[in-house]
Design a protein around this ligand. Structure first.
Ligand SMILES: NC(=O)c1ccc[n+]([C@@H]2O[C@H](COP(=O)([O-])OP(=O)(O)OC[C@H]3O[C@@H](n4cnc5c(N)ncnc54)[C@H](O)[C@@H]3O)[C@@H](O)[C@H]2O)c1
Ligand SMILES: O=C(O)[C@H](O)COP(=O)(O)O
Length: 526
């Protein structure tokens, strides 16, 4: 049974799902050295933002297949190191969107009405109504930096509160911004005009210290800034100085450059600042969502299935995966089959994506085909994460062609492998959306579902050959489950595809190619 380590606090709903397929150990608050010491026993690691998964930890995780981040940000995981090791990194891109957006909205209102300090003063026994006169958000300008999932929800709710919306996001279209009722503007203009600035961007080299002494100086003296995105987007020293000097009106921070927040000037400020301990995703609902989302993906990967939100498999989002899943199985099977037919070292893999597969979303099929192709060489060490890197390192040239015209099937996949021992090709399609069928082998039309053990022969189409092969297999106690011949012309060259119940015994291939009329024979295990 697989073993999963849960090193941050995760909702029980996730643990229950993991327990269906694995032994689950929950060990919270591990020090890096403690994690390094035990990680080697585990097939999967499930975390939130508290565990830092460094290269050292990844290297010590010799059995690790997947790291699941029950949340959005994977900046606490060394994703490139995981990718190099073929470890899938998954997250929950949407599970806590509403929670984080509502936290930002709560911060906007709490800051405007001094709710935390007013509450604390009443609890201290005071009844001070004069110190806490607030401001309305109605008709004020909200500047949304980052109009992604969370920023969009904040914008939608703020709109209904009567706020005017400005947004800055270089990666979204004016149309999308307009749909959300936002005017897309340059950052400087947003800084100059906004009464409230809310950050919903990832922390990247470009966004680190985006809010600094220079940008703070551009803001209104009454401006309030909210960061429920990532620590480090705001230069905390510059922010504390700006607040102290009255250069801006207020700030509400849920995330910090270093967490937990240590000694900080920010703690000494008054009602102009609100600090929460990274609570954006901390709602009961969000924690159930992310725990289930990520636990299901860990379960799937441990069962050998692809994950729907892998951050280190290009192009594989949940919608794409749903659509492509059966085709990925097809691509992997064909890759495995053509790799075995080609034998030796494959140098070029031609992949032709036809019909409905000829879309831009089909990159994962290429990865799946490479995973299948490399399976004989690498076995379980190759997966969707590292298949492209492994193929590149082996010097396999991948040539992709796309043909949108539809023939007999909605979509077909054709793979041709050229290697040190020659060239072979296979084509396959799905029947009834799920059932894999081989429709062509080495240019000969066939129509058979693949089976675990198969035998292919290249032979002359002539009377008696099927009987002779059948008798020979019988004499070796090999049971034939199904058989089909594919030919282009009568009595010309032909291919025979046989599904057999057991692997072929040693030495039988040599006997098969001695049968008059049979030129070649290949056995494959899929
Ligand atoms: N406080 C919390 O507990 C909490 C919870 C969830 C998410 N988050 C954080 O919130 C942030 C937003 O999450 P999301 O789910 O909305 O992500 P998202 O990917 O849906 O949206 C991010 C948006 O930022 C934009 N962007 C990227 N670089 C930018 C730049 N330099 N300038 C302006 N815009 C830029 C992108 O185009 C995208 O639209 C992330 O940093 C995430 O880690 C925090
Ligand atoms: O990226 C996220 O999802 C948030 O920062 C939430 O982090 P958490 O799971 O540690 O609360």
């Amino acid at each position: 049974m697989s073993k999963v380590l849960v090193s941050d606090s995760i909702d029980q709903a996730g643990i229950d799902i993991l327990s269906q397929v694995a032994t689950v150990d929950v060990k919270l608050g591990l020090k890096p050295a403690e994690l390094i010491e035990i990680i080697g026993e585990y097939d999967a690691l499930m975390i939130r933002s508290s565990t830092r998964v460094t290269q050292e930890i990844i290297e010590a995780g010799t059995q690790l297949k997947i790291i699941g981040r029950a949340g959005v940000g994977v900046d606490n995981v060394d994703v490139p190191a995981a990718t190099r090791r073929g470890i899938v990194v998954v997250n929950s891109p949407e599970g806590n969107t509403i929670a984080a957006a509502e936290h930002a909205l709560a911060m906007i209102l709490a800051l405007s009405r001094h709710i935390p300090d007013a509450n604390a003063s009443v609890k201290r026994g005071a009844w001070d109504r004069n110190s806490f006169v607030g401001a309305e958000v109605y008709k004020k300008t909200l500047g949304v930096v980052g109009l992604g999932k969370i920023g969009s929800h904040v914008a939608a709710v703020a709109k209904t509160m009567g706020m005017k919306l400005l947004a800055y996001d270089p990666f979204i279209s004016t149309d999308r911004a307009e749909q959300l009722g936002c005017q897309l503007v340059e950052l400087d203009l947003l800084f100059q005009q906004a009464d409230y600035i809310t950050l919903h961007i990832p922390k990247t080299p470009e966004t680190t210290h985006l809010i600094n002494a220079t940008t703070l100086a551009k803001m209104k003296p009454t401006a309030r800034i909210i960061n429920c995105a990532r620590g480090g987007i705001i230069d905390e020293v510059a922010l504390a100085a700006a607040l102290k000097a009255g250069k801006i009106g207020g700030a509400a921070l849920d995330v910090f450059e270093s967490e937990p927040l240590g000694e900080s000037e920010l703690r000494s400020l008054g009602k102009e600042i609100i600090l929460t301990p990274h609570l954006g995703a901390s709602t009961a609902e969000a924690q159930v969502n992310v725990a289930i989302d990520v636990a299901e993906q860990i379960r799937d990967v441990l069962l050998g299935l692809p994950a729907r939100s892998a951050v280190n498999i290009p192009g594989l989002g949940p919608d794409v995966l749903e659509e492509l899943k059966p085709y990925m199985q097809l691509a992997e099977t064909l890759g495995n089959l053509v790799g075995q037919l080609a034998g030796g070292r494959v140098e070029v893999l031609n992949i032709r994506l036809q019909g409905e597969l000829a879309t831009n979303k089909s990159q994962p099929l290429v990865v799946a085909a490479l995973k299948g192709l490399l399976f004989q060489a690498l076995r379980e060490r190759v997966n969707y994460v590292n298949a492209s890197i492994e193929a590149k390192e082996r010097g396999i040239r991948v040539i992709e062609t796309r043909d949108a015209s539809i023939r007999d099937y909605a979509g077909t996949l054709h793979l041709e492998a050229t290697g040190t021992l020659g060239t072979h090709s296979v084509t396959g399609a799905l029947l009834g959306e799920r059932e894999i069928h081989l429709t062509d082998v080495d240019g000969f039309p066939i129509n058979v579902p693949p089976s675990k053990y198969m035998l292919f022969t290249l032979h002359r189409d002539m009377p008696g050959i099927i009987g002779k092969l059948g008798s020979l297999l019988g004499s070796f106690n090999v049971n034939i489950a199904s058989m089909q011949v594919g030919r282009k012309i009568v009595r010309g060259d032909a291919v025979m595809a046989l599904s057999i119940d057991d692997p072929l015994p040693e030495g039988i291939l040599d006997e098969i190619i001695k049968v008059p009329g049979i030129r070649d024979a290949y056995t494959v295990t899929l």
